[in-house]
Write a new protein. Structure first.
Length: 209
């Protein structure tokens, strides 16, 4: 019988992703409390809406230096501070111990592992080189390498085809509801991640662990 497959998102699921902290550390003149940090986060990432500068970075269409120039020009934020923010993110994204323990339990249960992540190629390459856990995954679908991203259907279809998945025997885990809804609309089983304990409990209840 075909093994079942668990597909994980990365940022906020496997590795730490605390953008408000990043804003306060690297843009302190404009992000001096939580409210101003949230505003700065909106300015920098633009909600990852179509045409957003950071979305182009996630898709591999712009390099870090050009990205910093675009954000600084658009926002008026200090160019050096924006460049510092961009450069700091790879080290910020440290694997979270509870998530690694969960993934190990999924491995022990005999399931195949895959990744599906909106991630610039530069950051994806760093994560793969810096953390052995990324070698556990049979296939890694990074937006920056594929030129496609969630929640659009092509990246889900890519992973389905690359692993010859039977979607009845696969489940996708992500922290963003829009991605969960997109996956379900394409016939995937999907589970929204809040923390490792909640995710493990739901996988257990569904008969995956």
């Amino acid at each position: 019988m075909t093994r079942r497959t668990v597909v994980f998102d990365v940022g906020g699921v496997i590795v730490r992703w605390q953008p408000l902290q990043l804003m306060r550390e690297h843009l302190p003149t404009v992000a001096h409390d939580d409210e101003s940090a949230r505003h700065a986060m909106t300015q920098v990432f633009q909600g990852w809406e179509p045409g957003a500068d950071w979305l182009d970075f996630d898709l591999g269409r712009v390099e870090p230096t050009a990205l910093a120039d675009r954000i600084a020009s658009r926002t008026g934020y200090p160019p050096a501070a924006v460049a510092s923010l961009i450069a700091a993110i790879p080290e910020h994204m440290q694997p979270m111990a509870p998530s690694l323990a969960l993934i190990e339990r999924v491995r022990v249960a005999g399931h195949r592992l895959a990744l599906l992540s909106n991630m610039p190629q530069l950051y994806a390459t760093h994560l793969e080189a810096a953390h052995d856990c990324f070698g556990w995954f049979e296939h890694r679908a990074w937006s920056g390498r594929l030129g496609m991203m969630k929640p659009e259907p092509p990246i889900f279809d890519h992973l389905r085809d690359a692993l010859a998945l039977d979607l009845a025997r696969a489940i996708f885990i992500d922290d963003h509801l829009a991605n969960i809804e997109a996956a379900r609309a394409l016939g995937w089983q999907a589970l929204q991640f809040r923390d490792a304990a909640q995710c493990e409990a739901e996988l257990t209840a569904l008969g995956w662990l």
